[in-house]
Design a protein around this ligand. Structure first.
Ligand code: FES
Length: 180
């Protein structure tokens, strides 16, 4: 049985503010899921239930929304979530090379995370910037017309930054939980 969880006072204040901006609680669902994700690192089942209870919505509605959006994490992700678009425009302009660079630099296959919690690598579908392919996204930032050399440089910079910052919120607890 998992521990009961609750939002912090700061998160509750953000949710109250969000609720004030929408005529119906359903309207505040997506931004509330983002706020919940910021607090807990990812949307584990208990967090989705907490969102459902807080907004007085059916759990099924929360789950359906969370499943639809790739930016809402249904499993733990590293501090840097590297999402490389492998759809057709990006593929034609070299997304395979970018993926190979990322896989080699991070030692990961798509869908995997480094054990230190610094990186998660994913192959994603169109990031809606086909005219600036090949494209990738790291956390909330987009990168356009990326070359393999540029990506290599960027990942090295993030590695240095990540070592200083450490894993994201909740990561160590999740690892402990997974291996307990
Ligand atoms: S195909 Fe990559 S951004 Fe559209």
């Amino acid at each position: 049985m998992s521990e009961p969880i609750a939002f912090s006072a700061a998160t509750n204040a953000k949710i109250a503010d969000l609720l004030g901006r929408y005529p119906r609680k359903q309207g505040a669902l997506i931004p509330t899921l983002y706020v919940a994700q910021d607090e807990f690192g990812w949307l584990k089942p208990e967090v989705m239930q907490l969102v459902a209870d807080t907004l007085e919505l059916p759990l099924a509605s929360v789950l359906a929304t969370a499943m639809f959006y790739t930016m809402l994490h249904k499993k733990p992700v590293g501090r840097f979530h590297v999402q490389i678009c492998t759809n057709v425009s990006c593929y034609l302009l070299g997304s395979d090379d970018l993926m190979a660079v990322a896989q080699q630099a991070l030692g990961l296959a798509p869908g995997e995370s480094t054990p230190d919690g610094l990186f998660t690598l994913e192959s994603v579908q169109c990031l809606c910037a086909c005219d600036r392919a090949p494209t990738l996204q790291i956390n909330k930032e987009d990168y356009f017309k990326v070359t393999p050399a540029k990506l290599k440089e960027l990942l090295a910079q993030l590695q240095t930054e990540g070592v200083k910052l450490g894993p994201p919120v909740g990561w160590l607890a999740e690892q402990h939980h997974a291996h307990a």
